[in-house]
Design a protein around this ligand. Sequence first.
Ligand code: KG4
Ligand code: ZN
Length: 375
Amino acid sequence: MKILSIETSCDDSGIAITENLRVIASAKWTNVEKHNEFRGVVPHEAKRQHNEFLPKILEYLKQQIDFPLSEIDYIAVTYGPGLAIALEAGIQFAKKLSLELDKPVIAINHMVGHIYANLVQDANGNPLSELATLEFPVLVLTISGGHTQLVLMKDHLEFEIIGTTLDDAAGEAYDKVGRMLGMGFPAGPDLEAAAQKGNDIYEFPRPMLKNKQTLDFSFSGLKTAVLYKVKELVGKYNKDPKKKEIKIVSEGESLTEQQINDLAASFQSALIDSIISKVDLATIQYQPKLIVVGGGVIANQTLRIKLEEIAKKYLVKLSYPIPLYLCTDNPDMIAAAAYFYIKQKEHNKNINKYIFTPENLNDLDRDPSVNLDNF
Ligand code: KG4
Ligand code: ZN
């Protein structure tokens, strides 16, 4: 089964052409400099980029494959969650291709993509992350710029959310703290590099760690604690007694490199401790056969090591996408999810509502805030 998959949920414009789980050709474009200039993703800029680059990427991929696009069986596209106008650009592109090629479109949930990224295979059909199949029950940790959730899967494409962040996602906390420390966007990789050079000397709160009654996360208190410490260190601690707010000052410019590294190490240690404590608790409660992790933050080496320790402690298998490009947003993961949507549609009739023929394309719409348990 050949699938052409499109991913535009945020700032990456990506297309993959796959056969089953095997990636035949794939490419994506991200304008890192533009996002650094604005210290974040600007939705209109992302949309403009998708509209400009999707046709160019498709032209490029056509040169990489030795069959015509008419041999594609399905077109897959991310319909949510993500930035509305960015999703819309991908959906419009998918609809146009669907009419041109007379092929059905499958609307894919981006977070399902992050989970199935673990099953993506290389051009020769070898698993890229050591995992050939899912063994249920699976405990999933999704950890990205927009999500931090614990999810229980009893079968393919069946999701029960058992824990979620009450405020910021973990990646968002990395990006916001990175910004306080004067780093570019996204800050995860730079913050991790700084943490490796620093020492865990500042005592930051480990949110929800002690509360064994819940599998939820919370990172905004930790983020604020880092902000207070930054202000204390740069000597510009400035609290407005009426509003009870602290003003953002200097953004790291007065911190020494050592202070930045130590702040990064202390923040990362607190955040990872919080995550690990909930994965530990969920593993005890749900006794999974396999723990699967997906999303940009699992690119982090320290998080990987701590999760390996949990897996060893409970003798559970662990999988995360090994190549870093499969952790962050990419079109290959949408293709892997699409393969299972199609494969499972006989068992799970619910899936048919995500499949659109060229005749009913009008019903295909974005859903920027769709959750995994809407399945
Ligand atoms: O999955 P992703 O590419 O996009 C979303 O769906 O959100 O995740 C992006 C997030 C960003 O917040 C980025 O800072 C974070 O993943 N990230 C990392 C690392 N690499 C990317 N966080 C911590 N350590 C990293 N090495
Ligand atoms: Zn993502």
